[in-house]
Ligand binder design. Sequence first.
Ligand code: ZN
Length: 211
Amino acid sequence: MLGAERRAVATRASDLISLTPGRTGNLSVRRDDRFAVTPTGVAYDRIEAPDVPVVSLAGEQVAGAAAPSSETPMHTAIYREFEPGAIVHTHSPWASTLAILHEPIPPVHYMLALAGTTVPVADYATYGTEALAENAVEAMREADAEACLLANHGLLVTGEDADAALETAVNVEYTARIYCQARALGTPVELSAEEMGEVAEKFESYGQDDE
Ligand SMILES: [Zn+2]
C-alpha cells in the first residue's frame, strides 16, 4: 500500500537532518485519501520503507509497522483542507526564531514566493493536538500561503510532492535567516505584493529555476 509514497518518505526523511534537530520534525507524502508519514522515534537515516506508517485522511493508521509521527493530526487536517501532495514540518532554527517572536516572514527575498507572499504565524497550541492543526489551517487559509510558522514551535510547509515541499522548506528557512540577519544590521526592504506576484507567475510557468 502506497509503495512509492513510503519509499519517498524513507529516502527523503534524511533531508530533515540538516533542517531540524534530532528526531524532531516530520515528512509525509499523500496519494488520494491516504498518506505515508515518518514514524515516531526512528532516526531519519534509519527509516525502512516497510516500516513507514500509512494513515487515512480520517486519521486511522492503516499500514506500517511503526507508530506515525505525533504531529499526524496536523498532517491530516492540512491534507483535508488544502490537498497538497506532501507536508514537511521542521524545528529549523531561523524560522523558529521568528516563530518565538510571533513574527511572520515578510517578502524580503523572491524565493519566498514558493510559499506565498508572506509566511504567517499560527497561534500557539500544544504539539500533536487538534488545536494546533486547526491553528495551522487557519493561518495558511487567511494568508493564502503554502507554509506557516507555528508559534513557539517551528515551521510547516506543503508542496506538490516531497521534493517540492523540502525545497520550499529550505528556502523558507533561508529567507528567515537572512531576514533575521538583516534586522540585526538595519531595516530590511520588502518586495511589493506585485513583485512577488510576478515571481510566483514565473515559478508556475517555468519551474523553480533561479538565476
Ligand atoms: Zn514539531
